[in-house]
Design a protein around this ligand. Structure first.
Ligand SMILES: Cc1ncc(COP(=O)(O)O)c(C=O)c1O
Length: 416
């Protein structure tokens, strides 16, 4: 294994100070210092997020929107304050364009059921890409099957890049919606979203972007990108599980029927009929994940304070270091070598099953993910049953990638 000579950890990001904010990173596992490289699955949480959850339950807890008492007002302010933070974070025009969901998956299902379902006619098409996560495939399969519509798939090349000319060719007069990942969890590819939106909008086709991976690696500007919907998930944004966000353009959200029925999403109810609440509440039936929203707000404050300039620079340098390291190891093949790529190192090792790689590096305290990464069609495209995936976050270091490299040498010793 060659020693990579890529420059990492520029002064713009004080990684050791950031690491001190994440208590779990001090953990010993299997008698070793934890090396957490499974960030594409979920990121770890800074103390400010953990504290925000404790403070919410210790000092603010009440149900929102319905109470005249002090605590209900305080909880409502905290919840709606979190919505404003999300709005600013993604540069949406209005808070009413920000819907709280459970996760990205729910956001995509909301668009499939409330936007696509009423519009799709037999023979219509929904266009996705070949690098999508299952949560940006299955909801479209379900709604297309129900409506007699067709799911079309734009191919990717051997690097794992979207073939834009093929994508453009597949935009037909029957295409009712495009839904693509901003960034692939299995390959790391970052898609040219602004260009995708330009091509689709030129034909009057709206675009949903699955921002689950991108939102914690790069700044997201929904107005700058011109997207119609953007789904993201709190637990990857250094926030709690069980909270997600869906941005939707107001004009579209206004036209859409509710996704779920129940309390809070109505203006009036009789046994004969109900009328719907205004945005965003029309899409937030039942008691929401108030604590989750507050925790997410704290996480967004944290990311903003660190700053994407430093995060992007640091993760780019780490990715280059990790790429050089893996490329220098005999028998290792990277899956996903897009020119525009972020923070994911997906790889296979000759004659060694990824599951065995994961198990052996875990004994060294190194947490990576192995499997199909909820992207089985991507595995099929590259002719592998699974990959091993190391994925990076703002707190990772070159030393941690060295620990991965050393653990992979053990894998070769034991199984190679
Ligand atoms: C690209 C992508 N889309 C969607 C999802 C689904 O996110 P969630 O499970 O939080 O709904 C993930 C999660 O890994 C993902 O990586």
């Amino acid at each position: 294994m060659k020693n990579p000579t890529v420059d990492v950890e520029p002064a713009t990001l004080d990684v050791q100070r950031i690491r001190a904010d994440f208590p779990i990173l001090r953990l010993q596992v299997r008698g070793r210092q934890l090396v957490y490289l499974d960030n594409a699955a979920t990121t770890q949480k800074p103390q400010v997020v953990i504290d925000a959850l404790g403070r919410y339950y210790g000092e603010l807890n009440a149900n929102v929107h319905r109470g005249v008492h002090y605590l209900s007002g305080a909880a409502t302010d905290a919840y709606e304050g979190a919505r404003s933070k999300v709005r600013a974070f993604v540069n949406a025009a209005h808070d009413r364009e920000i819907l709280f969901t459970r996760n990205t998956t729910e956001g995509i299902n909301l668009v499939a059921q409330s936007f696509a379902r009423p519009r799709l006619q037999p023979g219509d098409e929904v266009l996705i890409s070949a690098m999508e996560h299952h949560s940006n495939i299955v909801p479209w399969q379900m709604v297309c099957a129900e409506r007699g519509a067709k799911l079309t798939v734009a191919p990717i090349d051997d690097r794992g890049e979207l073939m834009l000319d093929e994508f453009e060719r597949l935009l037909s007069e029957r295409t009712r919606l495009v839904s693509v990942a901003h960034m692939s969890n299995a390959l790391g590819t970052v898609n040219p979203v602004a260009e995708i939106v330009r091509l689709a909008h030129a034909r009057g086709i709206p675009v949903l972007v699955d921002g689950s991976q991108a939102a914690y690696h790069m700044p997201v500007d929904v107005r700058g990108l011109g997207v119609d919907f953007y789904a993201a998930t709190g637990h990857k944004l250094y926030g709690p599980t069980g909270i997600g966000v869906l941005y939707g353009r107001e004009a579209l959200l206004q036209e859409m029927p509710p996704f779920l029925g129940g309390g809070d999403m109505i203006a009036s109810v009789t046994f004969e009929r109900s009328t719907w609440n205004e945005l965003p509440y029309k899409f937030e039936a039942g008691t929401p994940n108030i604590a989750g929203a507050v925790g997410l707000g704290a996480a967004l404050d944290y990311i903003t304070a660190v700053g994407f300039d430093g995060i992007v620079e640091h993760e780019r340098a780490l990715l280059a270091y990790g790429t050089a390291m893996l490329e220098s190891m005999p028998g290792v093949r990277l899956i996903g070598t897009a020119r525009e790529k972020a923070s994911v190192l997906s790889f296979v090792m000759e004659n060694i099953h990824p599951h065995d790689i994961g198990t052996i590096v875990d004994r060294e305290g190194v947490a990576i993910r192995t499997g199909h990464h909820c992207a089985q069609p991507v595995m099929d495209r590259f002719g592998v049953p699974a990959t091993a995936r190391a994925s990076l976050a703002m707190y990772n270091t070159r030393e941690e990638l060295d620990a991965l490299g050393a653990a992979l040498l053990k894998v070769t010793e034991v199984l190679g």
